[in-house]
Design a protein around this ligand. Structure first.
Ligand SMILES: [Zn+2]
Length: 287
């Protein structure tokens, strides 16, 4: 059964580790993430962007697929199904479809409007026992057409949003979606420490986990980050493994064209990436 992310993140914050959010794109992706979580006895959050939602034939299709896998693959670790960077309308759709967690990305609204819409969603998600992530300060780079400037969040605005009763808070601290540029300045730990000081127990979320050096990830966790989003890194490892298979001409040998063979190296590559992240974040054996 899908669960809210609240309990797993409260435990993570207290235990000074982080739970990974791994974005899914299809059946192979979902199966790879769920099996890796089970094998490593780790809690996990499946992330779905609005674009990936459309790609996978809608939120109801995803809920059906994930619930089916939890049962058929005998997944017993805590799993949350989470909308990533949702619009207000997207949030309502996912609540109706049976997601267990949502992120409302109101970072592009003026703070007053972000607060008003977040308040509405706090009410609805509380009634349903779901978790809600809010965002303050846009996260850099592009995600599904939403381009963020990579600004650093105002800690006082973070406190205002945290006090509305959201479950977890994403704050921009110089992190970016996608690959990091060579001249990237790194994460702003002073601001992160300030946000943590003002928001106390609130689990903090780090987006754009791909390409952040390991020591920075560890420092971020020590400063209250208890959810880290990984998306691009699984895509890169899947693509590299698939490229290797095709370039070696394996799809031309025997039944190598069978999708169950063609997609197998990519599937294994996602599993390896997810395992590596779970070890780095410290969530192994924390289910
Ligand atoms: Zn993000």
């Amino acid at each position: 059964m899908l669960v809210s992310a609240k309990e797993m993140l409260t435990k993570a914050k207290a235990g000074k580790y982080a739970v990974g959010q791994f974005n899914i794109n299809n059946l192979e992706w979902t199966k790879a993430v769920l099996l890796t979580a089970q094998e490593n006895n780790s809690p996990v959050i499946l992330g779905v962007s609005e674009g990936a939602g459309k790609y996978m034939a809608g939120y109801k299709t995803i809920v059906g697929m994930v619930n089916g896998m939890l049962e058929e693959l005998k997944i017993t670790v805590p799993v949350a199904l989470h909308l990533d960077h949702g619009s207000y309308e997207g949030c309502l759709k996912c609540i109706e479809a049976g997601f267990s967690s949502i992120m409302f990305d109101g970072s592009h609204y003026p703070i007053e409007e972000n607060i008003a819409k977040t308040k509405e969603l706090v009410k609805i998600t509380a009634e349903k026992g779901m978790s809600l992530e809010a965002e303050v300060g846009s996260i850099g780079g592009e995600e599904d057409g939403v381009v963020g400037a990579g600004e650093v969040a105002d800690p006082n605005e973070c406190k205002m949003i945290a006090d509305l009763g959201v479950t977890m808070l994403a704050a921009g601290i110089g992190n970016i979606h996608g690959k990091y540029p060579a001249n990237w300045k790194g994460l702003d730990f002073d601001v992160l420490a300030e946000i943590q000081k003002l928001t106390g127990e609130m689990p903090l979320v780090l987006h754009g986990g791909t390409g952040i050096p390991e020591d920075m990830i560890k420092t971020a966790i020590s400063l209250g980050v208890s959810k880290i989003n990984v998306n691009t890194e699984c895509q890169l490892s899947f693509a590299a493994a698939t490229r290797k298979y095709v370039e070696a001409g394996k799809d031309l040998e025997g039944k190598g064209f069978d999708p169950r063979k063609l997609l197998a190296p990519g599937f294994e590559a996602i599993k390896a990436t997810v395992k590596e992240k779970m070890e780095l974040f410290g969530s192994v054996n924390k289910a």
